[in-house]
Write a new protein. Sequence first.
Length: 319
Amino acid sequence: MDELIKNALLIIESLQKKSIYQQNSRKLIKLNKKFGLYSMPYLYTNENLNGYYNQMNFNGKSVLTVVGSGDHILSAVAGGATKVDAFDISGYALMAYYLKEAAIKTLEYEEYITYFLSSTECFNNESYARIRASLRPDALTFWDSIYEKYQDNPKMILNLFRKPENLILGYFNTTEKAQRLANVISYFDSEKYYQLRENLEKCQITCCIRDVKDLDDLGASYDYILLSNISKYQLDLDFGNFREAISRYISKLNILGEIKLGYFWGAQDPEYLKRCQVIRDGLNIDGIEITEIPSQYFEIATPGINQMHDAVIGYKKSK
């Protein structure tokens, strides 16, 4: 935990001050590689979760999912999942999820969106003073240390998160941001936010720091396994072992269970489509399908006027 805190402070300071960033750039690159213990999480997902979550019935179901921004977990719980095992190779992803979880249990909807989305009041001390009472012990140690350092300027904590790829949100006020995010993340709708709060009390959620290829002992079976865009990076890193792991995980699926193997942006882009097909063919599993859904970018930027699509690679167990 001490190293996690120390390196978090380094990342926050370095991204705030260009001179320090230059001095520490090599160390930061090493710390903040695409997938590692110190990788920075996104503040919110850059997927259109509603686009494919709404095609699944989470009510009473068990889920294995990446932690990522935490929104994969929270959206499954909002849909009624009663057991969620979550993993991530990044320790910061877990700390960020625990912060969101505690905030939802503590803050009213307007306070929540202000805390995470406001350009002037994000990560404010007043809200954190209430959130901390609901934090899990490790997360309390972590976030107390961060706030002790930045209590005079808590907005700097935003530097611990990757900047959203959908920069158009910067043109909207806090309420408008939340309204547009609700098009792709269910609980940004106020009614569903309070349903999520209620569901969190009934759901068993376990998080751990793990590589995607090392999940065999987490649970006996699942209705849904959600891997975000991990397959895209495994294609370049260690696809052989990833393919073997996926074969093992499919055996954990309940009958009619589904595994979402990859999320891709811009399904019309020939390069993205080619990678989708390479992953589908490389996994060599009968029944894998590529499904197009409305583009995350355009669902936020121009909802209702959407001529672009993203794609999800999935498999449904029939027997």
